[in-house]
Design a protein around this ligand. Sequence first.
Ligand SMILES: [Zn+2]
Ligand SMILES: [Zn+2]
Length: 277
Amino acid sequence: MAFLGDYHTHTTFSRRGAKKHAIGSVLDNAFAAKKAGLTELAITDHGFCHYYGIDGDKAFDKLKIACMQAEALTGVKIYAGLENNLDPRSGKNKALPALMECTPETIAKLEIVQGGYHAMVGTPTIFRNMLFWARNVIFKFLPGRKKLIARNTEAYKRAIDEYPIDFIGHLNRGILADAVEVAKYAHSKGVYIELNGRHKSLTKKQIKKMAAAGVQFICNSDAHNPKDVGTMPIAVKLIKQCGIPYSQIANWDRLPDFRSQNFISARRQKNGEVVDG
Ligand SMILES: [Zn+2]
Ligand SMILES: [Zn+2]
């Protein structure tokens, strides 16, 4: 009985110029995954709009090649992805894309799609984003929070509707949304809710309600260092404390069924490309 995959890990592609935000290379993470007994791994470096985000589409192309090479060398199946950033303003402003980095060109390149809110994002500016974050923290205790929660919940739902998101990373971390409502909606669309190995973003009460509603979870390390790949102490603790049945953990003793894969094969079929399998 074990986790078979880790679908949220970072490499030195998460950086700002010469300043690296994570320690290992794609190959380092792949070898770490193999050592941890995993059969699948995803590299989901920070999206373009993050302060330490991967440096544009060209850098992502390099990441994808590194993933293919590491897969050939280690035998671990590797998905090339991004930690795509949710734009909370999109809950109110329908003209804004719900996921910032997901232009059709970028989406077309992703092999796994992670979506979620993140601090340290420079859209519209890092300062404005920090103000938003502060507002969420302060509003937790104010009557006006209902409006903010409704708007943020809507932003998550829009992202699920408009993009082939496979899982939502650290739901509610630094943002106020109705996490249970988002999780139920995600479940109805075949989207997993992450139990993050390094950050606790959901309360036990919320997790228990989600589990009772049949929500499917996925546990990921969010490793920024190869030594953490495949390790998810906080998620393991929450599974036990909340009594989540292991049948509701998508990467426990089985491999997840990512909905973006259907999206990708449908697109390839539409384009007249040969679809295997
Ligand atoms: Zn990070
Ligand atoms: Zn991350």
